[in-house]
Design a protein. Sequence first.
Length: 348
Amino acid sequence: MSMKLSALAMELGLEHTGADIDITGVNTLEKAGPEDLSFLVNPKYQHLLETTKAGCVLTSGPYADKAQRALISDNVYMDLAKVMNIFARPQGCLRGISELAYVHPEAQVDESATVYPFAFIGEGASVGPKTVVFAGVYVGEHTNIGANCILYPNCVIMGGLHLGDNVILQPGAVIGGDGYGYAQTPAGHMKIPQIGTVEIENDVEIGSNTAIDRAALDTTKIKRGTKIDNLVQIGHNVEIGEHCLVIGQVGIGGSTIVGNGVVLAGQVGVADNAKIGDGAMVGAQSGVAGNVEPGSKIAGTPAMKAGTFLKAASVCMPKLPELFKRVKKLEKELAILTAEAAGGDCNE
């Protein structure tokens, strides 16, 4: 794809400096060529402006005059995302419904949808306008898929679920598998049937190999605008609010409620039945066992105020080996004193 710099600036509503050129791609300052657009956000990389071969640099006003050509932005990351959406090549090469796909006679697939070979769409299921169902996708019976969704290869959407519009499932995501529920009996663990559902609202993206369990009863719910990374486990009856960020390898126990705008960093573990308030941020590898107040920033295991954890981790923990040596020395000295005192009592 090629686009004039002036046309790109107009598309983004930005001012540009320097002569008009053709832009054919996006790359880093180090790797960009004369027809590439690059970007600068962090000031510590501004020295690369002296050596970059980029045809144009998307950046904020203070650095615009240091580039041969610049697109001037007040929000570089946002405008970079827009540029990359313009130049991104969509996955896939087919249109329409393949004869090699299985579509149940009682399923409804919009004529504008695309269904790749070896996809399965079950009885009573529906697929909305312009949705793309890639190869190897399983859509269970009576599941509803909205408009403009992308279901990448080998996704599984079990029966009786609902996906809204503009939902993206990355390869291997599993939606609506059974929640982890067993009753202990004298004969062993008896499976508790999981007869609830999963509802995923509009504009949600779910990463590769993430699993979202169906509810035991009622609904597991992911609200609109939330973005979930790869390898995340979300238990049965969990509710995640609007516009949350859930980063890789997070695990959320059953019946937990996560508010709006929450950030759960990588490898956070949340116990069953916890409540995380709106706008809370939980640091990487933290363990959350109880409720989290709205707007709070916590970290560590068990989770505590982020500032307290950082002080403990950066100030106290490095001193533990020395403290251990001191304690061992004091124990020896105390043992000697105790023995001497005991001996003194006997002599008396």
